[in-house]
Design a protein around this ligand. Structure first.
Ligand code: HEM
Length: 201
C-alpha cells in the first residue's frame, strides 16, 4: 500500500516537472495561471486548486504520456471467452496496455506531443469511465487511492510552480532533458532531472 501510494505519486510529479521543463511554453502558462488566479500567496492551498483548469490539464496530460503503471495490474480470466476472434482460455493472465492506449493515434491527435490544451474543452476524465485514459485503471480494481493521489499531485505541483522559477544548469538546454525510463512495474525516470530552483515568493 505504501509503495502503491508513494512510488506512483513521486513518479507522476517527476514526470510532470520533466515535461514542463521540456516545454517552457506550457510551464509559463501553468505558472501564469497559478500566480494570477491564486492570489499571489506564499502557499497555494486545496481551496485554490479549483481555479486552475490548466494545471489540471497538465496533470492529465502527464498521466496520459507518463502513466506510472503502464500495464496496470495483471488480471486472470475466470472463464474461457472469445474476443475479436481470439479464444482466451480460463486462467489466462491478461495485461492491459495503457501505455499504447494513451498513444493510440486513432484517439489522440499528435499522441507523442505534450499538449495539455487537448483536455481543456474535453469531458475526458481519468476516473475509469473513459477507456482512452486509464492511468488509474478501471472497473472493480481501479486504484482506490486515486482521490488522494490527485489531491497530492495537484497541491504539490501547484506550489512548486507558484513558489519557484525553474532553470536548467548552465550549458544544458531543453533538448538535453530525456524521457528514458527504468524498467519496472512503476515507470521512473532513468536519468535524474537536474534543475535550479529560484524562490520567487
Ligand atoms: C498518481 C498516483 C497513482 C497512480 C497513477 C496509481 C495507479 C494505480 C493503478 C493503475 C492501479 C491498478 C488498477 C487496475 O489494474 O485497474 C493501482 C492500484 C492500487 N493503488 Fe494506485 N495509483 C496511484 C496512487 C495511489 C495512492 C496514493 C494509493 C493509496 C493511498 C494507491 C493505492 C493503490 C492500491 C491499494 C491498489 C491495488 C488495488 C487492488 O488491486 O484492488 N494508489 N493504482
Amino acid at each position: 500500500m505504501l509503495v502503491a501510494a508513494t512510488d506512483t505519486t513521486a513518479a507522476t510529479l517527476t514526470w510532470a516537472m520533466n515535461a514542463l521543463l521540456r516545454n517552457p511554453r506550457v510551464m509559463k502558462k501553468a505558472q501564469d495561471e497559478i500566480r494570477t488566479l491564486g492570489g499571489k500567496k506564499e502557499f497555494v492551498d486545496e481551496d485554490d486548486i479549483g481555479k486552475f483548469p490548466y494545471l489540471k490539464a497538465v496533470i492529465k496530460e502527464t498521466l496520459r504520456l507518463h502513466a506510472p503503471v503502464p500495464l496496470l495490474v495483471p488480471r486472470e480470466t475466470n472463464k474461457a471467452f472469445t474476443i475479436g476472434g481470439y479464444e482466451i482460455p480460463a486462467k489466462t493472465m491478461v495485461y492491459v496496455n495503457a501505455w499504447a492506449i494513451h498513444r493510440d493515434p486513432e484517439i489522440w491527435k499528435d499522441p507523442f506531443e505534450f499538449y495539455p490544451e487537448r483536455f481543456l474543452d474535453s469531458s475526458t476524465t481519468f476516473r475509469g469511465k473513459d477507456f482512452e485514459l486509464i492511468p488509474f485503471g478501471a472497473g472493480r480494481r481501479i486504484c482506490p487511492g486515486m482521490p488522494m493521489a490527485v489531491a497530492s499531485v495537484e497541491l504539490t505541483l501547484a506550489n512548486l510552480l507558484n513558489a519557484f522559477d525553474w532553470e536548467l544548469p548552465p550549458g544544458m538546454t531543453t533538448k538535453d532533458i530525456d524521457t528514458e525510463v527504468l524498467p519496472g512495474i512503476t515507470t521512473h525516470k532513468k536519468n535524474s532531472l537536474c534543475v535550479l530552483a529560484k524562490c520567487v515568493v
